[in-house]
Each structure stands twice: as C-alpha cells, then as structure tokens.
Design a protein around this ligand. Sequence first.
Ligand code: IMP
Ligand code: MG
Length: 180
Amino acid sequence: MATLKEMISEEKLRIRVEEVSHEIALGMQGKDFVMVGVLKGSVVFLADLMRALHRRGMCPTVDFLTMSSYGQSTESSGAAKIISGLHEDVAGKVVLLVDDIADTALTLKQARDHILSLGAREALTCVLLDKPARRRVDFAPDYHGFSIQNVFVVGYGLDAANRHRCLPYVAELVDGGGDK
Ligand code: IMP
Ligand code: MG
C-alpha cells in the first residue's frame, strides 16, 4: 500500500503560484501569449496559474497538448510523443508551455520543439516542480515553482497510474509507487 507524506502544503502552493505569476508578468512585459497545458498533469496548476495571471492583468488564451505518459509505471520510457495536438494556430505567437514537472525533461523538450516547429515566435516553459537531478536532456524551465529531490510525488494534478491527481497538496508517494 502506498503512503502519502505531505511535501508542499496548499498554502505554500497558493503563495508560490502567485509569485510565479508575478515572475511571468515581469517576463512577458505585456506581450500577448498562449498558455499550452500538457495534459493531464498540468490541469490543476494551470487552472490556478491562469487565475493568478488574471489578477495581474493578463488573460492569455489557453490550449492543450497530450503527450504520452508513463502509463502504469513511475519511470519514463525514454521517449515522449504527441498523442493529441493543439487547436489554436500558434504561428508567430509567444507560447508558455505549462506542465506539472520537469523530470527527465524529455516531455517538455519534445513539446517545446513541437511548438517551435509550428512556427511559434517563442516557446517558454513553466513547471510547478523541477527535479534537476533526473535530467536526461539539457533543459531548464524558464519558470518553476519548486525544485525537489529525486522522489516520486503525487497530488495537485500529479498522478501515479492516474491516481491521486485530486489531492490539493503535493505529497511524496512512499512505497507502492510502481516499479521505481
Ligand atoms: P519527464 O521525465 O520530464 O519527461 O516527465 C514526464 C511526465 O512524467 C511529467 O509530465 C509527469 O506527468 C510525470 N512525472 C515525472 N515525475 C513525476 C513524479 O514525481 N510524480 C508524478 N508524475 C511524474
Ligand atoms: Mg503524469
């Protein structure tokens, strides 16, 4: 059985999302942009982030990409692919890719390359969590909420085999996390 150990509280998440929205507001300098969430892990973070951005006077358009996931495993398969693409034309636009976590970063790097191949003027990245110790490609997100150790986490959109996304806080999954 998996045990959940709280790592980042609801209050810490709320405060940090506001701070990240401030950093994005400064970085975007009034530019129009498209927020592209990577499904499904980004949904909770993206929903909070877009409302925080609105409080700072920004209202980006929103679209989604679906990338291949880990399936039932907690280990990356080593290759990410796009399962379902964008509906909005991003040619010539600034895109802010939003995901739950940069782990190996294979997913975000692939997503960013895809957005650029569609002719986006710029493709910036924003993740709630960054696990730099696990990188397999050279990648640093433009914005991130928290840097964490190499542990498997769930909640606030993050899952283990599609479970635990609804937890309002981020928790470490101790034991029973799959094959890790
Ligand atoms: P990547 O290894 O950076 O390509 O991450 C791919 C995807 O794996 C992320 O978008 C997450 O959905 C998922 N992932 C990576 N690390 C974790 C974790 O600790 N908990 C839950 N999902 C994770
Ligand atoms: Mg996932």
